[in-house]
Design a protein around this ligand. Structure first.
Ligand code: SF4
Length: 125
């Protein structure tokens, strides 16, 4: 059973209640494929430019998280009714995931719900 911490972007926090992310987590689909069952440990909101994220990840870890997922809207955008890779909310999301996984010593997965076609969730370890 994977214990998941979620990190979302502040740019979407007043518009998205994470419904899709939480559904996918619960059902082990989209960005959560590959886990042998999932449970949610907690959620944090990233604030630009991302300071404090390593500490948030360490707190999630202390609460039992073994993996952190970053929301799809950080690296993809909606276009013509579909989600397309690129032009997400964060222009340095890869740097963030690399830093958090390295400094908090926890795998970070780029993606949650509505993955762009052909995209396979990238894991930073
Ligand atoms: S650093 Fe990136 S993920 Fe974090 S709030 Fe800013 S744009 Fe969003």
């Amino acid at each position: 059973m994977a214990k998941i911490g979620l990190i979302r972007c502040e740019k979407n926090e007043t518009r998205c209640p994470l419904t899709g992310c939480l559904n996918c987590l619960e059902n082990g689909v989209q960005g959560f494929v590959g886990h042998d069952g999932t449970s949610l440990v907690g959620v944090f909101t990233c604030r630009c430019p991302g300071e404090g994220l390593v500490n948030m990840a360490k707190i999630l870890k202390s609460k039992g998280a073994d993996t952190i997922h970053f929301c799809t809207c950080t690296f993809a955008h909606r276009e013509g009714g579909k989600w397309v890779e690129g032009e997400g909310f964060c222009d340095h999301v890869d740097d963030i995931l690399a830093q958090v996984s390295r400094e908090a010593q926890i795998p970070c997965v780029k993606g949650t719900a509505h993955l762009p076609e052909g995209y396979r969730p990238q894991v930073f370890k």
